[in-house]
Design a binder for this molecule. Sequence first.
Ligand SMILES: [Zn+2]
Length: 256
Amino acid sequence: MAEQANRICYLETVSGRVGIPYRVHRRKGMRHLRVVVDESNQVLLKVPFGISEKRAVEFLRQQGDWVWRVMQSMPKGLRLESYLHEAPHLSGLGRRFSVEIANGTPAEVWWDLDAGTWFGRFPKDDDAARREMLIEGLRAFASEVIPARVFAIAQKYDLKVNRVTVRDQRTRWGSCSAKRTISLNWRLILLPVALHDYIILHELAHLTHLNHSKRYWDLLREYDAKSEQHDREVTEISRVVMRLGRVTKVPVNEGR
Ligand SMILES: [Zn+2]
């Protein structure tokens, strides 16, 4: 990754002229010019090779109002790494994993299913890269443990699931389609084990009832006797967890 230190771009916004620190990322395979504001309020300008920085900054300037509004609305203190520092565990396969994050090189992520540990080592001085690697490493873990858990529980209840996808939904924990595909949010690994499993059971119950009818909730209670309590707890914890590891992208691309 080619990367530079923070630069400042002056923008005309609804609040007047403001200086916005930004960084430029150039990486092979990038196809579109993008502005991203991450959860720690860093503005990243993702620039494909072949587009000049001058043009990229012009683009950032055009997005000024939007970028400024996103920066203002970003809740403080919701960084994924701080969250994991406070609560150093993940859930997967019906168990709790301990999390250890270290500084240094080479950057590396690994986990041990038997020992129940997840380990990440990241460069110390590059916040943006560190954050990106952390999210990538957690998502890789989620992509392994979430489908495995879905299929294991489905087998227990003799339910047929065709496919499980693990995605980065912005507001939802999961969904279930008529084609028996279950999609789950990677942030499930950040929930306590009981809630992680509750969400899986919630989607599995939709294989039988594709709605939230009384019969649906009755069935779900058979799968999870504490389903009502778990549903309330999920709503409560979502306010924090749904925002972790999120990036907000400008809804337009340039430089095709
Ligand atoms: Zn539902």
